[in-house]
Design a protein around this ligand. Structure first.
Ligand code: AMP
Ligand code: MG
Length: 417
């Protein structure tokens, strides 16, 4: 047996009675989040959003009988094999009405052109030989051959898309096909991501003694985008009540949700929870999860606010577990969670009591299914082990040790393994 990857090496000492269970906390948070008010957006802008109204086609698609092939529009009764017909005109796609096919006649026709009056079939150009104004058919035509009847795609009055559906690429095309300029959807939430801490520096700034680079505002803004939000990064607010208050007021003016990082644990300069509590009903809690125990959540005015801890992995994991589903709820999405798989653990791991822990793992596909292996040291400052991970394996509260061969649920990060 290998040494267990210990997820709780730098455990905060915590009285279990102070902890709120992760499942209960998550439900409490999500119950307070409502989908954003629907907005009319252009059909392409609405791509990826959840539809807030049923869409009914006002007219048939296609609106007229038309040719499915390049060829000759004919009357089927005049078109046995070897028939020879007089070519009396030509119709391209986009042509209006005009030609008529009488007995013994044919009209040269292109794909999408309206079927001329009198014709009821199209003979493909590949089986017809035209010569000096006459065409000979090498194949007989039956009524309806290669004709797309009006309404074959959508009939007038058909319900084409239902409220609650997330608009994919084909849906956007369908909206255009039935003549919708715009559509009412739940818009993408605007999320402000705010990093706090006197020690933080920009990626390219020279580092003074004791300074570190602010990575969380980048990570979290990218996670917000992955969740479907429009993310704004408000970097490096100082550990100063005035500065924090002003920054939160700024966010309030244009954000549907605020995510802060840092300043919610037990240090002297952890002011975020106090400032948010004073501005609204934000409450700091100790949540039974590892990493990510110190959490704050509540509202400042209409804006839901998450105060996440500052350690990079704590911030990352808390976002995945708590903020991502909240962002999806704002979008009225049904799929709040990442896809998950069951995987057999290949290494032993230890997990703290009273907490759900999330292990960074790589997945491997074997004959008997998925296998997971921790990516390395699991400290909450080790971002590298998130970079290397395919997913987060969830170890439930009641398991302090997981042995090789035991199965865990793995929440997949990104688009695949
Ligand atoms: P805090 O939650 O403010 O006590 O921060 C906990 C740890 O996370 C400290 O070591 C911080 O320096 C670090 N930290 C806080 N904010 C960030 C950030 N934006 N990017 C990277 N590390 C951070
Ligand atoms: Mg701090």
């Amino acid at each position: 047996m290998t040494t267990p990857a210990d997820v709780g090496r730098h455990q905060h000492h915590v009285d279990p009675s102070e902890l709120v269970a992760l499942g209960a906390y998550r439900r409490e948070v999500l119950e307070r989040i409502e989908p954003l008010e629907p907005l009319a957006l252009g059909v392409l802008e609405a791509h990826g959003c959840v539809l807030a109204e049923d869409v009914v086609a006002p007219a048939a698609v296609p609106g007229f009988d038309n040719s499915a092939m390049d060829g000759y529009a004919v009357r089927a009764t005049d078109a046995p094999v070897d028939a020879e017909l007089e070519v009396v005109g030509e119709l391209a796609a986009g042509a209006g009405a005009g030609h008529e096919v009488g007995p013994g006649q044919a009209v040269r026709i292109m794909t999408g052109a309206p079927l001329p009056v009198g014709a009821d079939a199209v003979v493909p150009v590949e089986v017809a030989d035209e010569h000096e104004g006459r065409v000979r058919l090498r194949r007989a035509a039956a009524a309806g051959d290669n004709v797309r009847p009006a309404g074959e795609d959508v009939a007038a009055g058909d319900m084409v898309l239902r409220a609650g559906r997330r608009l994919g690429a084909a849906d956007v095309g369908m909206l255009a096909a039935v003549g919708q300029a715009g559509v009412r959807v739940h818009p993408s939430p605007r999320v402000v991501v705010m990093s706090t801490g006197d020690e933080l520096a920009d990626p390219t700034a020279p580092l003074a003694a004791g300074q570190i680079r602010d990575s969380n505002s980048f990570t979290l803004a990218a996670q917000a985008r992955e969740a479907g939000a429009v993310a704004y990064r408000q970097a490096r607010v100082a550990d100063d009540a005035q500065a924090l208050r002003r920054a939160v007021e700024g966010a309030l003016a244009h954000a549907d949700l605020l995510v802060t990082t840092g300043g919610v644990s037990a240090g002297r300069y952890d002011l975020v929870k106090e400032v948010l509590a004073a501005m609204g009903d934000v409450r700091a809690r100790k949540v039974g999860m590892q990493p990510g125990m110190p959490q704050a959540f509540g509202f400042v005015g209409p804006m839901p606010c998450f105060g996440l801890p500052g350690n990079p992995v704590s911030a990352f994991v808390s976002f995945e577990v708590l903020v991502r589903p909240a962002i999806r709820r704002l979008q009225a999405r049904a799929d709040l969670n990442r896809p998950r798989v069951e995987a057999v653990l290949d290494d032993a791991v230890a997990s703290p009591p009273h907490k759900v822990s999330f292990l960074r793992v790589r997945l491997h596909r074997r004959d008997d299914g998925w296998h997971a292996r921790p990516t390395g040291p699991q400290g909450s400052g080790i971002l590298r082990s998130v970079v290397d991970a395919h997913g987060l394996a969830e170890v439930p509260t009641d398991r302090q040790r997981v042995q090789p061969g035991e199965a865990l649920t793995v929440h997949l990060l990104g688009d695949g393994v």
